[in-house]
Design a protein around this ligand. Structure first.
Ligand code: NI
Length: 128
């Protein structure tokens, strides 16, 4: 699923110079955006009655409601409840998204989330 969002990657515990050296363009004080893509992988037992682990339309609705609607066209530093106090690197975003989605997926479970920040870089998380 796709969304776009603004952020600034900045650690207030470090100096401005250290932040610039560490985070480069993503440390821009006046924000910037990315077009993100989130790939969601679900596992679980196949239900004998439906032949599904979980209805794909339900998965889509859960991810839309718990994550995409909260971040799309938003500022990840300022406006997103599950990102409060978290430095919005791709690593930290994907872990926060896992925590936001997983409790709602029963009887399925997340097996993997892949968050693309650009077409050239992504972070993969399997819950460990
Ligand atoms: Ni960035």
């Amino acid at each position: 699923m796709q969304f776009n969002a603004a952020h600034r990657v900045h650690n207030p515990a470090l100096s401005d110079e250290e932040n610039r050296a560490l985070f480069g363009k993503c440390n821009n004080p006046n924000w910037h955006g990315h077009n993100y893509t989130l790939d969601v992988f679900v596992t679980g037992a196949v239900d004998e009655r439906t032949g599904y682990v979980i209805d794909l339309a339900k998965v889509k609705a859960i991810v839309q409601r718990e994550v995409v609607d909260k971040v799309d066209h938003r500022n990840l530093n300022l406006e997103v409840d599950f990102m409060q106090g978290i430095i919005p690197t791709t690593e930290n975003i994907v872990v926060a998204m896992w925590r936001a989605i997983e409790p709602h997926l029963a009887p399925g479970h997340l097996s993997r989330l892949v968050l693309w920040e650009t077409p050239n870089n992504y972070v993969e998380y399997d819950g460990r």
